[in-house]
Design a protein around this ligand. Structure first.
Ligand code: R5P
Length: 286
C-alpha cells in the first residue's frame, strides 16, 4: 500500500502504477487552532510505503510523526518513506556556535520512525552517504542527474553542463554521462541572498550552456551563474535542477538574468516540471 496525502495524489497515482502498489489517501483535518489530526485507511497491511515530498517541511514533519506512530499502533511492521525532496539536508554543520545541525536532527527523527527512506538527490556535502545523515536500516539516495542529462542530450545541441560550485560536480558529472561537456564554477556565499560566482577557465563564447544544480531556492546562485555565462558570450543559457523550490519572482529574476528555459524534475510540484521521477523511484521500491 502507498499512503499519501491529497496534495500529492497525482504523483502518488503515477508512483503506485509504476511500482505495482495500491494508492490510499490519508485524511487530514486541521483544527481551528492549527493542530492536525490524521486518519489512516484500515486495515493497514504489515508493510506500507509513505509518500511525502518535504518542501515546506515543518508541518509535514509533524504529519510524518503522527502517521508513522499511528501506523505502528495499527500493526505496520515495515514502513518506507519516499521523500522525493528531503528537506533540512543543507545545514550539515554548526557554522557558528550554538547553531543547530538540522541534517542530523531531522535525519534521526525520520530514521527512528521509518525502516527505509528513499529520496532523490539529497544535498549531501560534508557527509559521504545518506545513511550518515538518515541512519535508517535502508537509506537510498537516487539521482535524477542521468534523466536531466538525457533531456538535454536528446536536443542535439552538445550543451556544456555547468555547475555553480564544487558541490555540484557530482550531479554535473552524472548528468554528462561521459558524452556531454561539463565544468563547475566557484561559489562564495555571503548570505541567503548574496552569492558570488567565478566561472571556470574555459571558453563559453558561442556555446549552449546549461546550468545544473540539485536545488534552486532563492534562485540567486543560478542568477549569478547566468549573468556571468551571458557576459562570457554564451550563445544560449538554460538551467535545470532536481528540486525547484523557487517562487514566481525568482523565476522572473532568472529570465531577466538571461536564462532562456528553466526546467526541473517533479520531486517538487512546480510550473517548470518537465522530467518525471516516478519510474526511478518505483524501480528502487521494487
Ligand atoms: C547549495 O549548495 C545548493 O546546492 C544550491 O546551490 C543552493 O541551495 C541554491 O540556493 P539559491 O537558489 O537560494 O541560491
Amino acid at each position: 500500500m502507498l499512503l499519501h496525502f491529497e496534495d500529492e495524489a497525482v504523483f502518488a497515482e503515477q508512483l503506485a502504477r509504476a511500482a505495482g502498489l495500491e494508492a490510499m489517501q490519508v485524511a487530514r483535518h486541521r483544527f481551528p487552532d492549527g493542530e492536525l489530526k490524521l486518519r489512516l485507511p484500515v486495515p493497514l497491511p504489515p508493510s506500507a510505503v509513505v509518500l511525502r515530498s518535504l518542501h515546506h517541511p515543518n508541518e509535514k514533519l509533524v504529519e510524518l510523526v503522527l502517521l508513522a506512530d499511528t501506523a505502528r499502533a495499527l500493526g505496520a511492521r515495515h514502513l518506507t518513506l519516499v521523500a522525493p525532496y528531503l528537506a533540512y539536508m543543507r545545514q550539515d554543520a554548526a557554522f557558528h556556535p550554538g547553531e543547530t545541525v538540522s541534517q542530523q536532527i531531522i535525519g534521526r527523527l525520520l530514521a527512528e520512525r521509518f525502516d527505509a527512506v528513499v529520496t532523490v538527490d539529497p544535498h549531501l556535502h560534508r557527509v559521504a552517504k545518506l545513511a550518515d545523515a538518515v541512519p535508517a536500516r535502508r537509506a537510498i539516495a537516487l539521482s535524477a542527474a542521468p534523466l536531466i542529462g538525457a533531456f538535454y542530450a536528446a536536443r542535439n545541441t552538445q550543451p556544456l553542463l555547468l555547475g555553480p560550485d564544487a558541490e555540484s560536480e557530482q550531479w554535473v558529472k552524472r548528468a554528462a554521462g561521459g558524452s556531454l561537456g561539463h565544468a563547475v564554477c566557484t561559489k562564495h556565499r555571503e548570505g541567503d541572498n548574496d552569492v558570488r560566482i567565478e566561472l571556470p577557465a574555459i571558453p563559453l563564447a558561442g556555446r549552449h550552456v546549461v546550468l545544473l544544480d540539485d536545488v534552486a531556492s532563492t534562485g540567486g546562485t543560478l542568477v549569478e551563474c547566468a549573468r556571468q555565462a551571458v557576459s562570457a558570450g554564451a550563445a544560449r543559457v538554460d538551467a535545470a535542477v532536481t528540486h525547484a523550490l523557487l517562487d514566481a519572482a525568482a523565476l522572473a529574476r532568472l529570465a531577466a538574468a538571461g536564462v532562456a528555459e528553466f526546467v526541473s524534475t517533479d520531486t517538487v510540484p512546480h510550473p517548470s516540471n518537465r522530467i518525471a521521477v516516478a519510474g526511478l523511484i518505483a524501480a528502487a521500491l521494487k
